[in-house]
Design a protein around this ligand. Structure first.
Ligand SMILES: [Zn+2]
Length: 125
């Protein structure tokens, strides 16, 4: 038998979820279109892509041996021209540890649209 269900639609990306709580969590933390998660930098005129990468050293548990080990990770360098060419890092979908490692390696965490940025200026298309 068919059954009608109530569902909730994300107001940013249109995704449909079955529970209100799930939908709220999605909008808050997981939706890539939500101003909570969308970095302000991408539409800002001070933001600049480069094709350069920097290598950071990370520590972690090796998946095969279960021992601590160090490994290298390449992170693309995109910069903020306004903020002394700071290397900007998008923390959305990055683990807390990776965000911390990026910060320790001189990256600045991109502000979200929700947080805003004092230097933000909309890029001319
Ligand atoms: Zn969404």
């Amino acid at each position: 038998m068919m059954k009608r269900v109530t569902a909730f639609r994300c107001s940013f990306c249109g995704k449909v979820l079955l529970t209100e709580r799930g939908c709220a969590a999605h909008e808050e933390k997981f939706c890539s279109k939500s101003p909570n998660n969308l970095a302000a930098c991408y539409s800002c005129k001070w933001y600049q892509y480069t094709d350069k990468f920097t290598t950071i050293t990370r520590e972690g548990m090796h998946p095969m041996t279960g021992h601590e080990y160090q490994y290298q990770k390449d992170i693309q360098i995109n910069i903020c021209l306004k903020y002394n060419n700071a290397k900007m890092f998008n923390s959305f979908h990055a683990s807390e540890e990776l965000v911390e490692d990026a910060e320790n390696n001189g990256f600045r965490i991109m502000p979200t649209i929700q947080e805003g940025c004092l230097d933000y200026q909309k890029k001319e298309e």
